[in-house]
Design a protein. Structure first.
Length: 419
């Protein structure tokens, strides 16, 4: 074998992307088989008297009526009335109506866990990116000749043992594999071998490329760039001058170049940051100021990770080493930096007059990849869930992500309960 050119290693990898079809709806059908084949909407806010809420997902039969994820529930009900309402309303057609079910995260998590076990049984390296989606590096487990049978084996096993349907894409890199898993949904299985990548990507609309939102898509279309093929044929430096580094990424992805490695890092259970004072301070204003900086950093990290949070908390360490944690749970998952700051300030007010040696901010109860819905969720009130003041702090999962800002700190060890 000849010497490799730098960057060509990615050609040698085999990456699979698995994404369950209409996942929450498929879960509902597991415990209510009568819903199979029916238009089914999973969401909130559709009961009489409710007006606020969004569609989490819709079965493919419901999508045929124009119902889709993140749509306002009122709009979904217009396109697809509830069966039980249609049955008593002579102006509505029962045949053109559907079933609505509320979101039950705990159940979907348990189904997701079963799927994960199967994925891990088929690949040494699995990166879970959301409740129904994961990348697998299967370079060691299969070859291009066998990739289709290999992926079908995973698909069949998920369907047989869990009862939900996965669409799977296989390609030499993550971004192409993701597009491949989406290409023939539902029940899709698409293998794109290295030499077929450019041809496969050419007709893909620019908005289907990772990192292209509606605004970028419009800008590209204004320039006559409508597909990945057009993008791949554009001038790299022109894209860079228009979009900065992101332009370079877009150009690469459109050409099927993506050197990201599938890493098995799981999803963090929480995101937190903390900061110590060189000398314990009794000035609540100073503590608040520090905490708000941490709050901004944590909210920003959540946005970068596409994470929504249901719980916002603080940690306050008072001399000698008492760790006090307070947290507030929200009615639904949000991505709202301003709210984080407000809740942090409210929780801190209790420590008026206390000397503080360290302060921390944490968001937890995370949900990934559903940011579009956050804006539709009303935030109406909150309840306190954690009110500990022992030196044990809160428990957290092994995957919690946190960082300690020791720049001005005392560098004290063993105060890591927040991590
Ligand atoms: P997706 O994989 O994006 O959607 P899906 O599985 O319902 O449908 P398909 O993959 O066949 O296109 O998201 C997985 C789950 O995440 C989805 O079932 C419900 C939830 N979700 C939301 O709650 N809000 C959203 O806006 C989106 C997109 C998903
Ligand atoms: Mg899905």
């Amino acid at each position: 074998m000849g010497a490799r050119l730098p960057g060509v290693e990615s050609e040698d990898r085999i990456v699979a992307h698995a994404d369950m079809d209409c996942f929450y709806a498929s879960c509902e059908r597991l415990r209510e088989p009568a819903l199979r084949g029916e238009p089914l909407v999973v969401g909130m806010g559709y009961e009489p008297g409710e007006t606020v809420g969004a569609v989490a997902t819709a079965s493919y039969e419901a999508r045929a009526f124009g119902v889709e994820s993140a749509q306002a529930i009122t709009e979904a009900l217009e396109r697809l009335p509830r069966k039980r309402v249609a049955a008593t309303d002579p102006d509505l057609d029962v045949e053109a109506a559907g079933f609505y079910r509320p979101v039950d995260m705990a159940f979907y998590e348990s189904v997701s866990e079963e799927v994960r076990e199967i994925l891990h049984a088929h690949a040494g390296t699995v990166r879970e990116v959301s409740i129904d989606e994961a990348y697998l590096d299967v370079t060691e487990e299969t070859t291009w000749d066998e990739a289709e049978d290999f992926a079908r084996g995973i698909k069949d096993r998920i369907e047989r043992e869990v009862g939900v349907v996965a669409s799977i894409g296989v390609a030499p890199n993550m971004s192409t594999a993701k597009i491949a898993s989406d290409a023939e949904k539902p029940d899709g299985l698409v293998v794109v071998e290295p030499e077929a990548v450019r041809e496969f990507l050419a007709p893909v609309p620019v908005e289907d490329l990772h990192g292209v939102g509606p605004v970028t898509a419009r800008t590209l279309r204004d320039r006559g760039i409508e597909t990945a093929g057009h993008l791949a044929g554009a001038e790299r430096h022109a894209l860079v001058s228009e979009f900065g580094e992101r332009g370079a990424d877009l150009y690469d992805r459109a050409r099927g170049v993506d050197d990201r490695v599938v890493t098995p890092k799981g999803r963090p259970k929480s995101l937190s940051r903390e900061s110590a004072f060189a000398d314990p301070t009794g000035d609540l204003g100073a503590v608040e100021e520090r905490a708000l900086t941490l709050a901004a950093a944590v909210s920003e990290r959540a946005i970068r990770k596409d994470a929504l949070y249901r719980t916002i908390g603080i940690k306050v360490v008072t001399p000698p080493f008492d760790v006090n944690t307070r947290a507030r749970s929200l009615p639904g998952p949000v991505d709202d930096p301003e709210l984080v700051g407000r809740v942090v300030r409210e929780l801190l007010s209790e420590f008026e007059g206390e000397r503080v040696r360290k302060v921390g901010v944490r968001v937890s109860n995370l949900e990934f990849g559903s940011a579009a819905q956050a804006s539709l969720d009303g935030w109406a009130g909150s309840e306190d869930v954690v009110d500990g003041s022992s030196s044990e702090g809160e428990e957290d999962g092994p995957e919690a992500e946190s960082s300690t800002d020791r720049a001005e700190g005392s560098g004290q060890a063993s105060l890591s309960q927040f991590e």
